[in-house]
Ligand binder design. Structure first.
Ligand SMILES: Nc1nc2c(ncn2[C@@H]2O[C@H](COP(=O)(O)O)[C@@H](O)[C@H]2O)c(=O)[nH]1
Ligand SMILES: [Zn+2]
Ligand SMILES: [Zn+2]
Length: 593
């Protein structure tokens, strides 16, 4: 029987602001289209989101306003609904395509694996024909080797009720870790191209720039500057993603950016009013048309309680037949993938960033102390001293005390990643790896690690600040599933997102008590078969394949001359399977005791 999350708890709510043109945004859903089965605050599924969008479209039509849906990528890798099938996404692409999205683009996770990039071109682009935009992304056709745009570069259209003339782009940040059947052109180069320069000279009422791009990064700054260089007064609405946070940015009085979190915890609501459009005017009942422009945002906790509140409907009147059918297909897919197959019983909550590292409740301390040395054992070299390095971004979600299933494994460790190694590395060099990799700031955003990012060991310090609660991650609501240390200033509110952005701290639709989370290092390290009293001459340097470019750069920084040819496979299994094996072995018990 599929576990279903208990009903979301009632909580004080903030209504949605409506304007001439309104948006719903999803980003970085990472396969979480079944919703969060262990966190009632995020327990709505993609079918419920379809019902919500259909009800909000009905309301928009009633009042003569417009509603557009946006998705900004990273739809894959991070949940069994996508990762557990062969080929990946066998059910998930068909589930996702049921939502009527108006503007959609690519994330970096669609491009890490060549097969995922190919499925993007052969499945998701056709599923959203005319809506999928690829302003700076090309695809290499496997049959001919021909380089073609992944999808159309931009879209020009007029909105249904208000007749607003829109021109939309779809970007990806300057990503360099993409598979070789794709080409990501740097944004700075794209905005110099003729098609883009022509597009920003078009006479429109609004530019919409969607992208798998962080709101405050260099790419959006460049695009904003380019559009403003031609259109000093035309409003611009940016939609961002990738950094997995709720965020809202002001670029000028008529240009704003919006980003809607991650993992279907959040559905974003953006509303613009006062757009001077030359198109037909719907009579905006209930809304007086403002003369000045307004840009308002709301971050919606993805649950049925909130959806019914925002639509003014109830348990029987809210769902649409289409939404219910999609929810049913999600249940069927999860059953077919056996996602609730029991692997073991997690003895406690293990947090990615809700607990300090190192600490008893840190997911990374658990990995470092209990798992890595165990799973990183090659029978032919098990007595050889070894150091095992793993990037913390390779673990993607918390582990809640209690049931750990097949789905949990993909949620925590979804990547097609294997362990590699360089044999007999001088201990003096190998022992500098972790400090060097952890002192360069968030270095895994691009594969070009600059030597300056590898500070000499004596300058190393790892800071574990409590990051402001506004970026906190929602706690679980099932008592006992996650009793994390709460810093609640309002005892009657449940813990959750308390977002502070460029518009202040009233963006969340549900009032929560704040929770805090802690900075984590880029990498962690385990050791095995090390002598008690003395350092070994050499060690096997074992690492997860994703960080190979950085490990080689760090080794060269210490004066070693290793390159890709020195790297060998350490274990054939993908890390997900190694983790599953460890859990079945060490977390026995049925969770009932
Ligand atoms: N160990 C691995 N980590 C990976 C792999 N692919 C990506 N990643 C991690 O994900 C983030 C980017 O995620 P996003 O959702 O923020 O775009 C990246 O920085 C890595 O930390 C992988 O194959 N193995
Ligand atoms: Zn992401
Ligand atoms: Zn991303």
């Amino acid at each position: 029987e599929q576990p279903s999350a208990p009903k979301p708890v009632a909580a004080p709510m903030r209504p949605l602001p409506w304007g001439q043109l309104n948006f719903l945004q999803t980003t970085d859903t990472h396969g979480w289209h079944a919703g969060h089965l262990q966190e009632s605050q995020y327990s709505a599924d993609w079918g419920d989101y379809i019902s919500f969008a259909e009800r909000m479209h009905q309301k928009a039509d009633e009042i003569g306003a417009d509603l557009l849906l946006v998705d900004t990528g990273d739809r894959v890798e991070g949940n069994g609904l996508y990762d557990a099938s062969k080929p990946k996404g066998r059910y998930d692409y068909d589930i996702f395509k049921e939502q009527d999205i108006d503007i959609i683009c690519t994330g970096n996770h669609e491009l890490y694996q060549a097969d995922a990039a190919a499925r993007e071109y052969t499945q998701t682009v056709p599923n959203f024909k005319g809506k999928y935009l690829a302003s700076n992304l090309d695809y290499i056709k496997p049959d001919t080797g021909e380089r073609i745009p992944m999808a159309q570069r931009f879209r020009k259209f007029t909105t249904k009720n208000q007749g607003i003339r829109v021109l939309a782009f779809g970007f990806l940040f300057d990503f360099t870790g993409n598979a070789n059947n794709t080409i990501v052109q740097p944004v700075g180069k794209t905005i110099e191209e003729k098609w883009f320069q022509d597009a920003i000279r078009e006479d429109v009422d609004l530019f919409i720039v969607i992208g798998h791009v962080t709101l405050h990064g260099p790419e959006y700054k460049a695009i904003f500057k380019a559009i403003r260089s031609q259109k000093w007064d035309t409003p611009i609405q940016f939609f961002g993603g990738h950094s997995h946070i709720r965020d809202f940015a002001k670029y000028d009085s008529k240009a704003y950016g919006f980003q809607s979190g991650r993992y279907m915890e959040t559905v974003g609501w953006m509303s613009i009013d006062g757009i001077k459009s030359k198109g037909k005017k719907g009579d905006l009942k209930e809304l007086e048309l403002r003369s000045d422009m307004s840009f308002q945002r709301r971050y919606i906790d993805n649950n049925l309680f909130g959806y019914r509140y925002h639509t003014g409907l109830n348990e029987s009147t809210f769902p649409t037949g289409h939404g219910q059918n999609v929810s049913a297909s999600i249940h069927k897919a999860r059953k077919a993938l056996n996602l609730d197959y029991f692997y073991g019983c997690a003895p406690k909550d293990l947090w990615m960033s809700r607990a300090p590292y190192p600490s008893d409740n840190s997911l990374y301390s658990w990995l470092e102390k209990e798992v890595l040395a165990d799973v990183a054992t090659n029978p032919k070299r098990k007595d050889k001293p070894r150091m095992v390095i793993f990037n913390t971004g390779g673990m993607r979600f918390d582990i809640f005390k209690g049931t750990f299933t097949r789905d949990s494994t993909y949620i925590v460790s979804p990547f097609v990643s294997t362990l590699k190694y360089i044999k007999d590395v001088p201990f003096k060099a190998a022992s500098q790896m972790l400090p060097l990799l952890n002192n360069g700031g968030p270095i895994f955003e691009s594969t070009e690690l600059q030597p300056w990012q590898l500070a000499p060991p004596e300058q190393l310090a790892i800071h574990y600040d409590i990051i402001a609660p506004q970026l906190s991650i929602q706690d679980s609501f099932i008592s006992g599933a996650a009793q994390a240390p709460l810093l609640s200033s309002s005892p009657d509110l449940v813990p959750g997102y308390t977002t502070k952005d460029d518009a202040g701290d009233d963006g969340d639709d549900t009032l929560h008590a704040p929770i805090s989370f802690y900075k984590i290092p880029n990498c962690i390290q385990a050791t095995a078969s090390m002598a008690e009293k003395s350092d070994p001459e050499t060690v096997d340097l074992v690492f997860i394949d994703f960080i190979q470019p950085w490990v080689l750069t760090a080794l060269q920084f210490t004066g070693q001359t290793y390159n890709n040819s020195h790297v060998e496979n350490y274990r054939p299994e993908i890390f997900t399977d190694l983790l599953a094996g460890w859990i079945k072995e060490h977390w026995r018990g049925d969770c009932r005791s």
